[in-house]
Design a protein around this ligand. Structure first.
Ligand code: AAL
Length: 400
């Protein structure tokens, strides 16, 4: 009888062990089937590593299926003269192109000075004709193009007003808004050389009935500084308007502890102001900063929400982010060789379609195209595949 019981116990133990082994093998088999031969589109119900788990947080687990992933290709523009690269002419921080009557229009920071910038650390030596940085002593110029590659520089759009009006030292970093058949240029207005307290500057606005101007001054400090001690207490930069949910959303940048303070605590955040009149007033979003990484602002309608390209600064630099509400952004894709100060051509940036389609090209800038002593910037075109309507496999990460 005892022998029988022992045999039974042994038998049961053996079959349990067998079952466990079989289960483990099945698990393994399932996991092997799922990775890496066939990437699932939805999270499989099996134990996953942290990285595998995370993949399903993106718009698609495979980068090449992710509509907010792309690679970037750059093309030199034709039609801009740079004085043989001697550093006396610079173009940077382009606006997003808009298409009006068969032509693309862009606005940008243009510096044409007798000498190249002497550097922000020597800003005290800057004069009325010697620029400290690349964006000191600048005006806002515009150019048109029929193909986005060859541009015709048309002339100044907004120039520096006389001293002591806001922007007398430099007007720079413009972006455009089209609202109720009128055009609005938002830009930074400097009252001191950059590198001193010049960078602690606010945003001004000018408007026109035509993209060819003339431009009428519409106001200063339209994105007011935060109160003392707040993250945007002394700078509102890179204004970037989008029309969303019937309102004007302007994203902007502020750098914590930028010049002339020491830069050990330097960090960049982006805020959002919302309004219904392009000349203001605008209300700051209570959750500002809405973005804690990135440098120059690039935001665009995508599906029902807003997507953003975060470059250069912060833990999440070189990422594409997406928010369903224009406020709460999450990483949608990691990117590389991202366009600096990117200004995409989005046909729906101001149409409030509720179904943003993305873009396939835009403009960006490259800084210090010259030697450090002849520093200047150039505007270049980038092409990519961030459009829901047009896909070019060459830009996707094919792994080839
Ligand atoms: C840029 C922008 C702003 C800064 C400076 C000129 O690329 O972030 O415009 O003030 O650098």
């Amino acid at each position: 009888k005892n022998k029988l019981i022992i045999a039974l116990i042994l038998g049961m133990t053996f079959s349990c062990a067998q079952k466990e082994k079989q289960l483990k093998q099945e698990e393994l088999k399932t996991s092997e089937e799922v990775f890496p031969f066939k990437m699932p589109t939805e999270k499989p119900n099996i134990p996953l590593s942290a990285s595998s788990e995370r993949m399903f947080d993106y718009l698609a687990p495979r980068a090449q299926d992710n509509e907010l992933f792309s690679q970037f290709k750059y093309t030199q523009l034709k039609g801009f003269d740079y004085n043989n690269g001697d550093g006396t002419i610079s173009r940077r921080d382009p606006s997003r192109p808009i298409f009006v009557d068969g032509k693309y229009y862009i606005w940008y920071t243009k510096r044409h000075t007798e000498v190249p910038p002497i550097g922000w650390n020597k800003a005290a030596e800057a004069t009325d004709v010697i620029p400290s940085t690349d964006w000191d002593l600048c005006d806002i110029w515009y150019a048109t193009s029929t193909d986005g590659i060859t541009w015709q520089e048309k002339g100044p759009a907004v120039t520096r007003p006389e001293k002591p009006k806001s922007g007398w030292r430099s007007v720079a970093t413009p972006d455009i808004l089209v609202w109720k058949d009128k055009y609005y240029l938002y830009y930074q207005a400097f009252d001191e050389p950059s590198g001193l307290r010049g960078d602690l500057c606010p945003v001004s606005v000018s408007y026109s009935d035509s993209p060819d101007g003339p431009w009428i001054h519409g106001g200063d400090k339209v994105i007011p500084f935060g109160k003392a001690g707040e993250w945007d207490q002394n700078a509102t930069h890179d204004p970037h308007p989008v029309v969303y949910k019937g309102k004007i959303y302007i994203y902007y940048k502020a750098a914590y502890n930028k010049w002339p303070d020491n830069r050990t605590n330097y960090a960049v955040g982006h805020g959002l102001v919302i309004g219904e009149n392009p000349l203001g007033p605008f209300t700051k979003h209570p959750l500002n900063p809405v973005m804690q990484s990135g440098h120059e602002t690039t935001y665009f309608p995508f599906k029902g929400g807003i997507a953003a390209l975060a470059i250069k600064d912060g833990n999440e630099r070189e990422t594409m982010q997406y928010s369903e509400d224009g406020v709460n952004f999450k990483i949608a894709a990691g990117l590389s060789l991202t366009p600096t100060a990117a200004a995409p051509f989005c046909a729906d940036a101001f149409t409030d379609s509720g179904n943003g389609r993305g873009f396939t090209w835009g403009l960006s800038h490259f800084v210090n195209a010259g030697t450090p002593k002849k520093g200047y910037s150039i505007i270049a075109r980038f092409d990519c595949d961030l459009s829901l309507d047009y896909h070019e496999p060459a830009f996707k990460d094919t792994g080839v």
